[in-house]
Structures are given as C-alpha cells and as structure tokens.
Design a protein around this ligand. Structure first.
Ligand code: TRH
Length: 370
C-alpha cells in the first residue's frame, strides 16, 4: 500500500473532452488507491456529465488567473505531488506558494509533467527524464517527464483497479434495456468520431451490407459524432440508393454518458469507432475490434503517431488500410474484416494487461523521487 500523499493536478481544457477526460480518470484512479487529489481545471463543465457523482478524495477547484490561493490550505495539506498535464504551465502563484511552504517546513514535492499518449519510439527515450528548473521561486527543483505508453519502458496506460471485474460482470442486454435502446440481435457498432470524410461511405456500406452479413444498429455518441451523422442521414433522399437499407441499418443517438457508462457502451458493441487518446485506451480494454480516428494536428504529426499505433497493434493489412482511409481526406473506405481485427485487438489487450498500469507506475515513481 502506498503512503497517502496530497496531489495537485493542473489541467487546461484545449478542446474536445480528452484533456479533462484523462485528468479525471487519473484523479479518480489515484483517489481509489488512497491518495488525496486536488484537480485545478479552467473549465470543469464537462465533469457534470462525465463524473456526475464526483469521487471521494478528489476536490475539483477552479483554475482562475490568478489562482485563488484562499482555496488552498497548503498549511494543512501541503502539495506533495504536483502534476502539470499535457504541457500546461502550472500557475506560477501556486508554485511560489509551494516554494514558501518548502522553505518553512523543509517539505519536498515531486513535480511531474504528464505527457500525451503515443506509441512512437521517442516515448521510451523521453519517459522519466529530469528537467532541472533554472529560474523563479522553484529554481533548483526538478520536473520529471512522465510519458504514458504501450511498452514496459514507458509510463503505461490508465487501468484502474477493478476494471476487469466490472467488465466481467457486465450484462449487455440489461444495459441496452436500461438505456431504452431497442435491440433485436443486430451487430452493435459504437460511433465516437470527429467528422471523417468517409463517414457517408461507412453509413452507406452498413445500409447496403450490414456487418458480417447481419443488420447493424449504430450507437452514436453525443456531440460531434451525432451532428456529423445527422447531417448525412437527415437528408430525406439518403436511403434511396439502398433498397432495404432501413432493415440493414438502424441508428440510436445517445445522450452524454458518464465515463463509467461510456465504458459500458464500448463493452456492449461488437465494433467500436473511437477518437482521441482516452477512448482508444478504453476501447482496447473493451477488447472488441476498434477503429481509431486520431486527433488531427496542423503539422501532420498525427500521421506518424497513427502508424506507430498500428505497428503496436501488429495490425493486419485490412485494419491498417481501413485506418488510413478513416483518417484520410478521401471518402474511400476499405472492407471491414472482423475476424482478423478481433484477433489483433485481443492479442494487444492481453499483452497490455501484462504490463503495470499508469497509476501503479506513477505511485512507484513518486515514491522513489520523494
Ligand atoms: O474528446 P477527444 O477527441 O479528446 C481529444 C484528444 O484526447 C486529443 O488527443 C486531445 O489533444 C484533445 O482532446 C484536446 O477524445 P478522448 O481523448 O477519447 O476523450 C473523450 C472523453 O470523453 C473520454 O474520457 C470519454 C468521455 N466521454 C464520456 O465520458 N461520455 C460520453 O458520452 C462521451 C461521448 C465521451
């Protein structure tokens, strides 16, 4: 059992839900292992649906500029681990307050820069490297880079204790009934995406062929995925070229789900389309064939990142081709080949389950550095 420490995690919401999604998951994971966590976030609005019940041991505090230090009882609960998520610049007034505290009682804090997830090789080289602080009130401290990743030489993936047990107890028919989703045994396909140019082709494919010769029920996540699908299917003539299309493809639009319930969606589906960095990891744990829409970057850096992910999966040719099309600018789409995709994801999941998870590794890392 790790000693209980006071963590302060800083998160800036850039866009979409990944920054707050990963930070919340980390906070809840740490708290469930007996840690005390303050999450400082500039926009906590998504937590109202992502984590409506909050979590014991996690306090969510507004990251205003300047930070309201009255919210902080450093005297009663000094920061012992400081985490800046995804390259954000931790509030300087917070660091100054910690420095005063450190001088007053001789306490030492561990400062972590939590980086984005990637399967690229630089991650192994960069993980756990120190960066000495040269200037300001924290001069002389060290920041440590902590890189999540897919190999034992990285910081690992978030996988909270109890995940596999919850998954084993999951009852898909009961969950669908609770959610009011009609289900007549169709193949269930989860759709969480941005606006892939090939989306119309995918919908047409399902309306023509279903999936693996069976009808499809598409479960569309709230937000951008829903808007993108509706923009296509609400065109009154869209089904005309597909005789019988209404029997082959049904669509259910989902409300915003809590993170726990978003997992249920991934576990319920036979095939998961996911996007960004948190849902792809959750889809890996779900263990069903998955297609990832990577978060696009202006400098095209996401292309190498996608290749590295496919290499990590040891993806069969059809899964690679489908990913390249789904993430590409064109409307073409290759075939869906469920059996080999399933084998690849299952093998990756088994391998990744054999590696220590991120929360465990972070606690060990901090214990060594404090
Ligand atoms: O929303 P995203 O596209 O987030 C992105 C990426 O992480 C990207 O790398 C990052 O730079 C950018 O944000 C700023 O996809 P992601 O990462 O899967 O995050 C979605 C979160 O939202 C995830 O924690 C699951 C959660 N979610 C729910 O809890 N319920 C829902 O109904 C939905 C649709 C999502």
């Amino acid at each position: 059992m790790n000693r209980s420490l006071q963590w302060d995690i800083f998160c800036k919401v850039i866009d979409n839900h990944g920054d707050i999604g990963v930070c919340w998951r980390l906070c809840a994971d740490l708290a469930s292992r007996g840690q005390q966590v303050r999450l400082w976030v500039d926009d906590a609005s998504a937590l109202s649906w992502m984590a409506p019940a909050g979590h014991d041991g996690v306090a969510v505090l507004p990251w205003t500029e300047p930070l309201d230090l009255n919210l902080l009882r450093l005297d009663s609960a000094p920061c012992e681990v400081l985490v800046g998520a995804f390259g954000c610049q931790v509030a300087p007034e917070f660091i100054a307050a910690c420095a005063v505290q450190e001088r007053a009682d001789g306490s030492k804090l561990v400062w972590i820069n939590l980086e984005y997830l990637s399967a690229e090789s630089y991650v192994e080289r960069s993980h756990a490297l120190p960066s000495p602080v040269q200037h300001g009130p924290a001069a002389g401290w060290t920041q440590w880079f902590f890189y999540p990743g897919f190999t034992p030489a990285t910081g690992g993936l978030l996988r909270e204790p109890g995940l596999l047990k919850r998954q084993a107890l999951f009852d898909r028919a009961a969950w669908l009934a609770e959610r009011g989703i009609p289900w007549r045994g169709e193949k269930l396909v989860g759709l969480f995406c941005y606006e892939p140019p090939a989306l119309a082709t995918l919908l047409a494919r399902f309306a023509q062929e279903g999936l693996d010769g069976q009808p499809v029920r598409l479960l569309v996540a709230a937000g951008r995925a829903q808007v993108a699908v509706q923009a296509i299917v609400e065109h009154e003539k869209w089904l005309l070229p597909f005789p019988g299309g209404r029997e082959k493809l049904s669509i259910s639009y989902l409300p915003l789900l809590s993170q726990a319930d978003f997992d249920h969606l991934l576990w319920a589906c036979d095939l998961n389309f996911v996007r960004g960095e948190d849902s792809v990891v959750r889809a890996l744990w779900a263990g069903k064939p998955l297609v990832w829409q990577i978060y696009p970057q202006d400098d095209q850096a996401h292309r190498a990142k996608l290749q590295a992910f496919l290499d990590m999966l040891d993806a069969p040719a059809s899964l690679r081709a489908f990913h390249l099309a789904w993430n590409g600018p064109d409307q073409d789409l290759q075939g869906i080949d469920m059996a080999p995709w399933s084998v690849a994801i299952h093998a990756a999941r088994q391998r990744l389950l054999g590696q220590p998870d991120l929360g465990t590794q972070l606690l060990e890392f901090v214990a060594k550095k404090s």
